[in-house]
Design a protein around this ligand. Structure first.
Ligand code: GRG
Length: 298
């Protein structure tokens, strides 16, 4: 990143990351092509590709240089996209716009959107397993698959979403909101960075430190998401604003107020950068990326 500015480098790396992810997408063909088309549509709809990017940068931080990270980069983006498809369904947030396009259920119907989310979710595991072809450390690949499943499942993202859905319209104390955010949003960021660290060769202590840092990034990222839901617009975000209000969601903004929410993002992101600076290795791009993530406008 020596002589390039961060925005240019971000654009370049986002393109590289997408090319890797894209190379693992299944062909849209066969009798089940409708669901494959819906999966493909949602994957190609855009998005910041942050999770695979964070994964690769953390892998590099620990000296990783191989290709075994690539199937995992695709897998995490598939899981994230599957969660967006399900999150938009009429039974969840009932949203019609995502990544600037009609949501999967609007475009392909409720039934196909459920199946596309399911399809992507499990295809992510099929994809991650391909890392075995690129690695001489099958033990690490197996452990990384375990982390991916755990952080996605009932003790991760799905667990967080469960509490979020159940408590819609009800008062939520800040500690419970913290639990929801750490799981529904933080867990996939933890998986991204932990898998990067693990495959890059991090020690157990370093893996723990990376998990803690990613958890902070996740929390700040979700609070910023709450802020943008109120302060941004659909054109910039590519999804409707005031979605939380429509769904009677308690958010960090409704609970603590806008000023407190902004201060929390600032404080927690600084803590995350401090965690990064304690880790060995140097990755200025990753540091800038963390700052950008939490101060982002979309
Ligand atoms: C897939 C079985 C299965 C269950 C899904 C619906 C659900 C369970 C979880 C929802 C989790 C969720 C959508 C949390 C919000 C996380 C969040 C802030 C997403 C936005 O991420 P960005 O900004 O989106 O990285 P882009 O579009 O840029 O990729």
């Amino acid at each position: 990143m020596k002589n390039m500015n961060f925005e240019d480098e971000l654009l370049k790396r986002t393109k590289d990351v997408w090319e890797i992810v894209e190379s693992f997408l299944p062909a849209v063909e066969g009798h089940q092509s409708t669901v494959l088309e819906a999966m493909d549509y949602s994957m190609r709809a855009g998005g910041k590709r942050l999770r695979p990017m964070l994964m690769r940068e953390t892998y590099r931080l620990f000296g990783g240089m191989g290709k075994e990270i690539e199937p995992f980069m695709a897998a995490i983006e598939m899981i994230h996209t599957s969660s967006l498809i399900h999150d938009d369904l009429p039974c969840m947030d009932n949203d019609t716009l995502r990544r600037g396009l009609p949501t999967a259920w609007v475009k392909f119907g409720y039934d196909m959107a459920v199946l596309a989310g399911d399809g992507l979710l499990i295809y992510s595991m099929e994809t991650a397993a391909k890392a075995l072809n690129f690695s001489d450390r099958p033990d690490r690949v197996a452990r990384a698959m375990g982390i991916l499943a755990q952080k996605t499942g009932i003790f991760g993202m799905i667990g967080g979403q469960t509490v979020d859905v159940e408590l819609a319209g009800k008062p939520i104390p800040v500690d419970k909101l913290d639990f929801i955010y750490r799981l529904k949003t933080g867990a996939l960021l933890e998986a991204s960075m932990m898998i990067g660290a693990l495959l890059g060769g991090a020690s157990e202590d370093e893996l723990k430190a990376v998990e803690e840092m990613a958890s902070k990034i996740g929390l700040a990222f979700q609070i910023q998401d709450d802020i943008l839901d109120v302060t941004s617009n659909a054109e910039v975000l590519g999804k409707p604003v005031f979605s939380d209000e429509k769904n009677n969601k308690t958010t960090y903004v409704t609970l603590e107020g806008m000023e407190q929410a902004k201060m929390a993002v600032e404080r927690i992101s600084k803590e995350a950068v401090a965690c990064l600076q304690k880790l060995p290795g140097e990755n200025r791009f990753l540091e800038e990326l963390i700052r950008m993530l939490v101060n982002r406008e979309k």
